[in-house]
Ligand binder design. Structure first.
Ligand SMILES: [Cu+2]
Length: 160
């Protein structure tokens, strides 16, 4: 009788082990599913900071800027005394962006197809951050607020 109960115990414990084994193999498969569905957004991302000129000058603090290609997080600071914006365009498309901005008072920002990306129009002392996807090349950064581009509020952005 003692041998029989040991045998039963063995069967019971083997069955439990088998159940445990099944549970163990099921769990990792769901974990794997979660891991592969998670987005893996690699790639380069860089930052760029451009400031408007201080005071009432219709200009940027620097007329040249540089960043690396990819998703660029651009911070535009306005330490000046007037409202400004920062608009990134391809060379030769500056005036078209300025002209198209005239229709969107009071912000005077270009429509989506007239720029590669832009900040909001911000008051004196404010800052704004936006992202833009840029390939290597040369671009222009301008302010499309009325009369500012014509007065010289522009610069060259080199993307490497
Ligand atoms: Cu401006």
């Amino acid at each position: 009788m003692k041998k029989l109960s040991i045998a039963l115990l063995l069967v019971v414990s083997l069955t439990l082990a088998a159940c445990g084994g099944e549970a163990a193999t099921t769990a990792p498969s769901t974990d794997n599913g979660a891991a592969t569905s998670a987005p893996s957004t690699g790639g380069g991302s860089s930052t760029l900071t451009i400031d408007a000129a201080a005071g009432g000058t219709l200009a940027f603090a620097a007329t040249a800027a540089e960043t690396t290609a990819g998703e660029v997080t651009v911070t535009f600071n306005n330490p000046g005394a007037l409202a400004h914006n920062l608009v990134i365009v391809k060379p030769g498309e500056e005036q078209a962006a300025v002209d198209a901005s005239m229709a969107s008072a009071p912000d005077f920002l270009p429509p989506a197809d007239k720029s590669l990306g832009h900040s909001k129009t911000i008051a004196a002392g404010a800052s704004d951050t936006f992202t833009v996807s840029l390939q290597p090349g040369t671009y222009s950064f301008i302010c499309t607020y009325p009369a500012h581009y014509a007065a010289g509020m522009k610069g060259t952005l080199t993307v490497k």
